[in-house]
Design a protein around this ligand. Structure first.
Ligand code: AMP
Length: 217
């Protein structure tokens, strides 16, 4: 089985709703690298009511990207923790070229996994998404229904409404998508970097299998 013994990190890249969070658990298990999700970190800060959370909330509720300075601060703190010393799996970060440039100063990236899903599918996926607040497990009302005994405790993320999804998609296309070419260009000059594209339209199991095949090759 694939085990990355290096200290470099992996980036999980893709539009909102591509399944990054869903796939991250499995990739983390396979590679042994802890998942670092800036979205989860920001939601924890909002819940805590910290100054950072209060500031970030306005952007998140509007479907806009949180300013780079806040994100870089969060990541720098997270990467100073012991469990990050062997590299991590970034989920939802970097989302701008400026973030990617800062990241390259903090840790080496050995792989960028791009999960690609067309826009038309994303809205349906996100609007039906539900989370179990006790385990953090993500479900979908149609594609991945939760067991009946926990269905009543599921919650919908505040930014998973149709209007906000459209803003998040705009932010993705204008600010995040250019990063895919940025990483592909980097790959041509950096032999330690692999950029792989995964068709994210299949079932969770199908997408997991495609990713694992790439990890093992
Ligand atoms: P996510 O859970 O990754 O979809 O993130 C939810 C929201 O958190 C996004 O819509 C942004 O407002 C904010 N966010 C998460 N990660 C980042 C990032 N790397 N840069 C800027 N904003 C972010």
């Amino acid at each position: 089985m694939y085990r990355d013994s290096s200290t470099s990190s992996i980036v999980l890249f893709g539009p909102p709703g591509a399944g990054k969070g869903t796939q991250a658990g499995n990739i983390s298990r396979v590679t042994g690298k802890p998942q670092v999700s800036t979205g989860d970190m920001l939601r924890a800060a909002v819940k805590e009511g910290s100054q950072l959370g209060i500031e970030a909330k306005e952007y998140m509720d509007a479907g806009l990207l949180v300013p780079d300075k806040i994100i870089i601060g969060l990541i720098s703190e997270r990467m100073a923790q012991d469990d990050a010393s062997q590299g991590v799996l970034f989920d939802g970060f970097p989302r701008t070229i400026a973030q990617a440039e800062e990241l390259s100063e903090i840790t080496e990236i050995s792989m960028v996994i791009m999960i690609l899903v067309p826009d038309e599918e994303i809205v349906e996926r996100i609007v039906g998404r539900r989370m179990d607040p006790e385990t953090g497990q993500i479900y979908h009302v149609k594609f991945n229904p939760a067991p009946l005994d926990i269905a009543s405790r599921l919650v919908q993320r505040k930014d998973d409404t149709e209007d906000t999804v459209r803003s998040r998609l705009n932010a993705y296309h204008s600010q995040t998508k250019p990063l895919s070419n940025w990483y592909k260009e980097n790959e041509t000059v950096n032999s330690a970097l692999r950029v792989i594209s995964i068709d994210g339209r299949g079932s969770i199991e199908q997408v997991s299998a495609l990713i694992e095949k790439e990890l093992e090759s």
